[in-house]
Design a protein around this ligand. Structure first.
Ligand code: GTB
Length: 224
């Protein structure tokens, strides 16, 4: 039987986050590492992302995408879900525990990430608007509300529902985007939860791979 080729993911040719691991290929890389699945990367420029060849993979002209054995996927959450369903180590076997872990995947992407994305929009695209100073604290307070609820549920548990799962992988990935804002540090148990995620060997392999890529594409590379 012919050996199957490793999956290929698309990533920024030169990530605008300068290797901080904030682009959404990082969560896919992390899931691949948790599953022990070797993979290859295909670099795409901002220009190439909008060309028909890439839009055939991704209708919205973005990264990441995932290709394996004739299957093409986009949306980081769907890719992580596919990996969780086809490999071990990302979802529990017990059907109820599995359904709850999937619920946390959705919660990360549908309930926790949207206000965090609003904050990015305010900070990076709306700074020159006359209403910026009013809008910023409103968005920050919405995030505080969500983080408070999440912190209450997590309590002093290690992970959201028993053993580490793809739900934690996505939740930690989403929360990491808040680090620069200081909001995460207002909830010490969430900050510790994120640090636990970042401490996982699979996270570190994924982080180092994307950083090495960024440094190899840049003059005067950066560190962690
Ligand atoms: N919902 C999709 C998913 O989860 O896969 C969203 C995909 C997405 O937003 N992709 C972004 C992209 O391709 C990269 S990750 N953008 C190019 C475009 O739309 O033209 C978002 C991102 C970008 C930059 C930083 N950063 O510089 O810190 C962080 C995250």
């Amino acid at each position: 039987m012919a050996a199957s080729l490793p999956p290929v993911i698309t990533v920024f040719e030169r990530s605008p986050d300068r290797g901080k691991g904030l682009a959404r290929d990082m969560r896919v890389r992390w899931a691949l590492e948790e599953a022990g699945q070797p993979y290859e990367v295909q670099l795409v420029s901002f220009d190439a992302m909008k060309q028909p060849a890439h839009r055939a993979r991704h209708p919205f002209g973005q990264i990441p995408t995932y290709e394996e054995n004739g299957l093409t996927l986009f949306e980081s959450g769907a890719i992580v879900f596919h990996l969780a369903n086809t490999r071990t180590g990302l979802l529990p076997d017990d059907p109820h525990a599995r359904a709850r872990a999937v619920t946390w995947m959705f919660a990360a992407l549908n309930t926790v990430e949207p206000p965090i994305l609003d904050l990015q929009t305010v900070k990076f695209q709306e700074r020159d608007q006359p209403w910026y100073a009013q809008r910023l604290p409103m968005v920050e307070d919405r995030i505080r509300g969500r983080l408070g609820e999440l912190a209450d549920r997590l309590g002093d548990a290690e992970w959201l529902d028993g053993a580490f799962s793809a739900g934690d992988l996505l939740m930690v990935s989403v929360l990491l985007r808040l680090r620069a804002s200081g909001l995460l540090d207002e909830s010490p148990n969430l900050a510790a939860y994120v640090a636990r995620g970042e401490g996982r060997p699979a996270y570190n392999r994924a982080f180092d791979a994307q950083l090495a890529l960024f440094n190899s594409r840049s003059s005067g590379g950066v560190g962690r």
